[in-house]
Design a protein around this ligand. Structure first.
Ligand code: 5AD
Ligand code: SF4
Length: 447
């Protein structure tokens, strides 16, 4: 590769989960510290970081087509951008990307992106660089301070997964479970609050597996961390995602009844409502044990909004087994949910299982499942009409005087009136749609 002009502007394109978005923000902060600026909207960037996701289908093909598009646009403009591929596809297929896509200057995995600045120096000198090591904690220690100004912020507290669900690539792309130290998290939360965050969402592939030692030397889990964060002035709301049913402990459940700042919302994937399928998925819980867990949350926080993930068409799933999933949905009545067609991921045990399900069957099952989930989401929104709740304003709406934010139950709420981004406004909920609720502002609780 020829030496390249040092890039002045960058764009990070994130394609995946919230942790992928968090990683994208941190890469942007690293590039900012190196003197690069975010490319203005509508302008080509000198450096494009494709922050990829590998969880479901066609991720790799999408990367190659994105690279092709960037190369073509660069040729037309007479100036090719420098390209970096980051994220979980980079981790899983780094070598192949380097071999197949000569236009790519850098390949960097999700645990190695703190080395992006050095890699950029090499790339400028004409040396292609690839780094897919997994020194997870070292990464956090060498990232710059948080600078992103926004009323809501993500904070990665835990990374990686040791669960090895048979369909999932995460244990391979993100590595083993690690917890960031308590003190580092309190310090990062403080900086986020100083930069304007009023709500922090704690992130982890198995966020409720977080464990650490608090400032008094006591062993604590996520519940203890949440109690400590709730004591920080200026922080008004705490959320966490994604949890695994088998990592729930008494202290975290109790925190939902004890900590006012902890929002009444729980994302707890079940994947399937059938025990044979759950066993084949290596989920190590049953439909029944999952239901009992939800009951415990509802006992301490009766208004808790529940959310989950589902996979339809796992290898061998029969019609009757799929109907168990519909049944659990009918029982739980989720406020929100995410549902996916099973996608065979290379290298995972399920990809080679017998009984792969035909596409049409998966399409049909997904449609039937989503019809029920949509029904329940609308019902949840309708049931909130007449309630009064706080809304944290995240952005302006399309029309003048219109504001958009989130209710404690993570519903999108909009209203017309006086407000500013970052305000917490008391809102009476008036009218429900499938994806949002319209309200009337009563008062600004805190600006
Ligand atoms: N196919 C379909 N969905 C998947 N998920 C993870 N791996 C796969 C796969 N191979 C879903 C799960 C998980 C969510 C993040 O993505 O439901 O909870
Ligand atoms: Fe994947 Fe299962 Fe780990 Fe979640 S718990 S990241 S679905 S292996």
């Amino acid at each position: 590769m020829k030496p390249q002009t040092p890039p002045k502007t960058y764009r990070v394109k994130s394609f995946g989960c919230q942790m992928n978005v968090y990683d994208g923000e941190r890469m942007a902060e690293l590039l900012g510290e190196k003197g690069l600026h975010s490319a203005p909207e509508g302008e080509e960037a000198d450096l494009v970081v494709l922050n990829t996701c590998h969880i479901r289908e066609k991720a790799a093909e999408k990367v190659y087509s994105d690279i092709g598009r960037l190369v073509k646009a660069g040729e037309e403009a007479g100036k090719a951008p420098m390209i970096a591929v980051a994220g979980c596809v980079a981790q899983a297929e780094g070598e192949e990307i380097m071999a197949r896509a000569p236009a790519v200057s850098m390949v960097v995995g999700p645990q190695a992106y703190h080395r992006l600045p050095e890699m950029l120096d090499k790339a400028v000198q004409g040396e292609r660089a690839s780094d897919t090591d997994m020194p997870a904690i070292a990464k956090f220690d060498s990232l710059p301070q948080r600078t992103r100004r926004s009323p809501t912020a993500f904070l990665t507290v835990q990374e990686g997964c040791d669960k090895f669900c048979t369909y999932c690539v995460v244990p391979y792309t993100r590595g083993a479970e690690i917890s960031r130290p308590f003190g580092d998290l309190i310090a990062e939360a403080r900086r986020l609050i100083e930069a304007g965050a009023r709500e922090i969402t704690l992130l982890g592939q198995n966020v409720n597996a977080w464990a650490g030692e608090d400032d008094k030397g006591h062993d604590v889990g996520l519940g203890g961390l949440i109690h400590a964060l709730a004591r920080l002035d200026g922080l008004e709301r705490i959320r966490y995602t994604t949890s695994h049913p088998n990592d729930m402990d008494d202290a975290l459940i109790a925190a939902h009844g004890e900590v006012d700042k902890l929002m009444p919302y729980l994302h707890l994937p079940v994947q399937s409502g059938n025990d044979r399928v759950l066993k084949a998925m290596n989920r190590a819980h049953t439909a029944e044990s999952y239901m009992r867990l939800l009951e415990r949350f509802r006992a301490v926080r009766p208004d808790i909004a529940l959310s989950g993930d589902f996979i339809v068409g796992f290898p061998g799933e029969t019609e009757a087994e799929f109907e168990d999933t519909l049944r659990i949905v009918d029982e739980v009545r989720y406020a929100q949910a995410f549902s996916f067609k099973y996608s065979p991921r290379p290298g995972t045990p399920a990809a080679t299982m017998v009984g792969q399900i035909a596409r049409e069957v998966m399409d049909d099952r997904l449609q039937r499942l989503q019809a029920r989930l949509n029904r329940d989401q609308l019902a949840f929104n309708e049931a909130s009409v007449g309630k009064t709740c706080s809304v944290l304003i995240e952005r302006k709406g399309k029309h003048p005087g219109q504001w958009l934010g989130k209710s404690p139950w993570l519903q999108s709420v909009w209203f017309e009136g006086e407000a500013a981004i970052g305000d917490l406004v008391e809102v009476e909920l008036l009218e429900a749609g499938p994806n949002s609720v319209m309200g009337r502002p009563l008062a600004t609780v805190s600006a």
